[in-house]
Design a protein around this ligand. Structure first.
Ligand code: SF4
Ligand code: SF4
Length: 81
């Protein structure tokens, strides 16, 4: 049997990010981790490290005060069940 699953990608604009970690705190499945990656303004940019846990809820994109997070949902990918 085949099942279709939405493919979700997360893009963070490193230069817009101010390292507030709101996305890290509010993502319920804990997709993001704090990182030691520093942008040119000296802010620590989080990393979406556990993409397999992402539900595509869009919260991170909606709450980022710098509009640094973009969620892209692409065509469904086939999964064998
Ligand atoms: S909410 Fe936006 S500005 Fe804050 S850490 Fe996440 S990506 Fe950066
Ligand atoms: S879309 Fe939802 S589940 Fe996915 S990373 Fe953002 S807040 Fe977390």
């Amino acid at each position: 049997m085949e099942k279709f699953k939405e493919k979700i990608e997360i893009f963070i604009d490193d230069e817009l990010c101010k390292g507030c970690d709101i996305c890290v705190e509010l993502c319920r499945p804990d997709v993001f981790i704090k990182s030691d990656k520093i942008n040119s303004r000296g802010y620590y940019v989080p990393i979406p490290a556990s993409m397999n846990k992402c539900t595509g809820c869009m919260i991170c994109e909606l709450i980022c005060p710098e509009l640094a997070v973009i969620i892209v949902k692409t065509e469904s990918v086939k999964e064998s069940v």
